[in-house]
Design a protein around this ligand. Structure first.
Ligand SMILES: C[S@@+](CC[C@H](N)C(=O)[O-])C[C@H]1O[C@@H](n2cnc3c(N)ncnc32)[C@H](O)[C@@H]1O
Length: 243
């Protein structure tokens, strides 16, 4: 069923889309650019995030995790400018997108994209505002013109997406000159653990990353400075596009 009510924020979001959709379709408060063409899930964990129960469980879990686990917090370098434009890739229930929306203020814009309809429905219901909006789109084909955003974030999503280096290149492409990127991926460490996680990764559709590999990929895509930082079971990657 197509929801005809269109949140006001989309008056500012639609002009940023490239190519512009001929007949934009809104469902449950988000813009759906995939419709029935959404691809099949990349593995059992992603299937969970695409289910109603899985997305509800994740939403409760992340809210608790963000209160107690420091490595879930955005780094200080990911603070967007007031009035800036921010893209949150793999936004899930939209909490980080909303946090970024508050940081840019009413003159700014924070857009969350995800492939999961139940995650987006939760995000749109709880977090849509005049400066925060949500789109169903695939991170491998970011539907925006080059140099659109001052900040691009992606928290705990890249490991789920096939062709992660294509995603990193796309995120760099949509950054404005001087714009910043902040990406977090779960990254277990240790020799034996690495072997085990490789096996788990192969069966679960998850990818695990080496800091150097990610840094090289971002540099090849046009990022000027790249920093990587391991904290707990996560790898944070921050980068800046040349001004
Ligand atoms: C573990 S959740 C993280 C959500 C959110 N970033 C957070 O920190 O709470 C990962 C999200 O990535 C999304 N995702 C997976 N593959 C994707 C793709 N190809 N394009 C966009 N989002 C994707 C999933 O649907 C899921 O909502």
């Amino acid at each position: 069923m197509v929801d005809e009510s269109v949140p006001a924020v989309f008056e500012r979001v639609l002009p940023l889309l490239a190519p512009p959709p001929e007949h934009p379709e809104f469902r449950a408060g988000y813009l759906d650019l995939l419709g029935a063409q959404g691809e099949k899930s990349s593995g059992p964990i992603q299937s969970l995030w695409e289910s109603g129960m899985g997305s509800a469980a994740y939403d409760h879990l992340q809210s608790f995790a963000r209160r107690v686990l420091p490595w879930f917090q955005l780094p200080a370098s990911a603070r967007p400018p007031t009035g800036g434009r921010v893209l949150d890739v793999g936004c899930g229930p939209g909490n980080v997108t909303a946090q970024l929306g508050r940081a840019v203020g009413l003159s700014g814009l924070a857009i969350g994209i995800d492939v999961s309809p139940p995650m987006l429905a939760r995000a749109a219901r709880a977090e849509t505002s005049d400066s925060v909006g949500f789109i169903r789109a695939d991170a491998r084909r970011l539907p925006f013109a080059d140099a659109t955003f001052d900040l691009v974030t992606s928290i705990a999503a890249l490991q789920l997406i096939p062709e992660p280096h294509r995603v990193l290149a796309g995120m760099t492409r949509v950054l404005a000159p001087g714009g910043r990127l902040a990406v977090m991926v779960p990254t277990p460490r240790g020799g034996l653990l690495n072997q085990a996680t490789k096996l788990i990764g192969d069966r679960s559709g998850l990818s695990f990353f080496d800091a150097t590999e990610v840094a090289e990929s971002l540099q090849a895509a046009g990022a000027a400075t790249v920093h990587t930082h391991r904290t707990g079971p996560t790898l944070w990657i921050t980068a800046r596009r040349a001004a």
